[in-house]
Structure formats: structure tokens, C-alpha cells
Design a protein around this ligand. Structure first.
Ligand code: PEP
Length: 255
């Protein structure tokens, strides 16, 4: 049984004081959730505050939105896996479509970062997803296959087990358009099949695959009850502690 994993990608939002205000409300709303793993993914500057405030919570982890692959060195403006680890970061989002589109990240770059994450015992959340043009051309599976095979090159079964995949159709991110539950399930099943080809079926069966793209309290239940959807990567709706708490509750077995 795969435990659901629901992550809040705050992007370039939330100062330290805003993060503190968010968590005060969110922790009250969420009560004693122990069936869903929650990951808060703040901007780098708010990570220390969020980590400090979450030291007592078992099921809420801290993630980062990006990192560089080197351990240290002359890389002005970059953050290393070891620096994140020291701040109790457990997950790192890699290859988000905004990083790919705005900052030119390729599958090869994502792959280097994925391996650097394993070395520092960070769990990567690897994002894949097609653009609207690619979907309209009927290329969804081709794009997903290329991104998965490139981003996960030379990843073995043991590491893949520690990895989360986020299926995020680019046309659904921040647009209010969501893939239908059936469309999302189809893509997730294809991703799991590809993971089995990369390793083996037993491993692929254990990997959690999140859906991301305009997840809101009112569509979360339908998406999260699809057989291959094991969680959500939430942008806009994760900035409101009550909305995000509702999405987390929708991921609980009786949600
Ligand atoms: C995201 O940034 O990963 C995302 C899915 O954003 P939104 O929920 O706003 O579409």
C-alpha cells in the first residue's frame, strides 16, 4: 500500500513571517493526520523557519524547490544538497516545468541533480509533463517516456524506491485547468509502466506518483482516488492553509 504524499510548492511566495502564520493555522486545521505524508516546500530563505516549526511533527517533512549538483565551490547563487540536508530538508523538487521553461533545465541536468540528491540522502520529487501543443499532437507518452528515461538515467531499483514522480501537465499548472481524473490516471499508469521497464514491476509498484496542476479542495478527492495517483504537488492552493489542509484531508483513506 503506497502512503499518499501531498506537497505544497510555495514557489517564490512566503517570507519567514508568512510561513510561520501559515503553519500556525495549517497545524490547527490538520489536527493529528497520520495517514498522509505532507511535504512543505518553501523558498530557500524560509526553510530554516519551517524546519524549526516542524521539528515535532512526524508526518510533515520539509522540501526544497531546487538545488545544484555540486557539494560546494565557486557557483555563485547556487545551493548544494549538503546545505539543504543540514536544514533537515528531506525532499527536493527537481525538473519542475518552470525550471525547465524559464531556467533552461534539461533532462540531463535533472539527472545530475537526481544523483546528487541520493548522495546526500535527499529524496527527489522528479517532475515530468507535456505542454498543450505536445498533448494536441498526441505526443503525451513520447514526452513522458523521454523525460523519465533522461531524468532517471542510471537510477537503480533501490534509488527509484526513494524517488517520487510528479506528473504535471504544463497546461494545467497555475491555469485553473485540471486534467480530468481519467486523463491523469492514464498518464500515471503509463509512467508506472515506464518505471517498471527502467527497473522491475515490484519496484515500480512501490513508487509514489503525484499529480500536479490546479489541484484544489473541490477536485482533490476525485484525483486522489484514482488507482495510480498517490498524492498531489500543489502550487496555488497550497498558499492558503485551509485550502491545503482540505486537500491533505482528501488524501486520507476516508477523505
Ligand atoms: C506546481 O507549481 O507544481 C503546480 C501544480 O501549481 P498549481 O497547483 O498552481 O497549478
Amino acid at each position: 500500500m503506497r502512503k499518499k504524499i501531498i506537497a505544497a510548492n510555495w514557489k517564490m511566495h512566503m517570507t519567514q513571517s508568512e510561513s510561520e502564520a501559515f503553519l500556525t493555522t495549517f497545524l490547527r486545521e490538520i489536527e493529528d493526520n497520520d495517514t498522509v505524508e505532507v511535504v512543505i516546500v518553501p523558498p530557500f530563505t524560509s526553510i530554516p523557519k519551517v524546519s524549526e516549526l516542524l521539528t515535532q511533527t512526524q508526518n510533515i517533512k520539509v522540501g526544497a524547490q531546487n538545488m545544484y549538483w555540486e557539494r560546494s565551490g565557486a557557483f555563485t547563487g547556487e545551493i548544494s544538497p549538503a546545505m539543504l540536508r543540514e536544514l533537515f530538508v528531506r525532499y527536493v523538487v527537481l525538473g519542475h516545468s518552470e525550471r525547465r521553461a524559464i531556467f533552461g533545465e534539461t533532462d540531463e541536468i535533472v539527472n545530475r541533480k537526481v544523483h546528487a540528491a541520493y548522495e546526500e540522502v535527499l529524496r527527489p520529487i522528479v517532475c515530468v509533463g507535456e505542454t498543450l501543443g505536445q498533448r494536441e499532437k498526441g505526443d503525451v507518452e513520447k514526452v513522458l517516456s523521454t523525460q523519465l528515461r533522461g531524468s532517471l538515467a542510471n537510477v537503480g531499483a533501490k534509488e527509484l524506491h526513494e524517488t517520487v514522480i510528479a506528473y504535471e501537465p504544463v497546461w494545467a499548472i497555475g491555469t485553473g485547468k485540471t486534467a480530468s481524473a481519467a486523463e491523469a490516471q492514464k498518464a500515471h499508469a503509463f509512467i508506472r509502466k515506464t518505471l517498471a521497464e527502467l527497473t522491475d514491476e515490484a519496484t515500480a509498484d512501490k513508487v509514489r506518483i503525484q499529480y500536479g496542476g490546479s489541484v484544489k479542495p473541490d477536485n482533490a478527492h476525485e484525483l486522489l482516488t484514482q488507482p495510480d495517483i498517490d498524492g498531489a504537488l500543489v502550487g496555488g492552493a497550497s498558499l492558503d492553509p485551509r485550502s491545503f489542509a482540505q486537500i491533505v484531508k482528501a488524501g486520507a483513506p476516508n477523505g
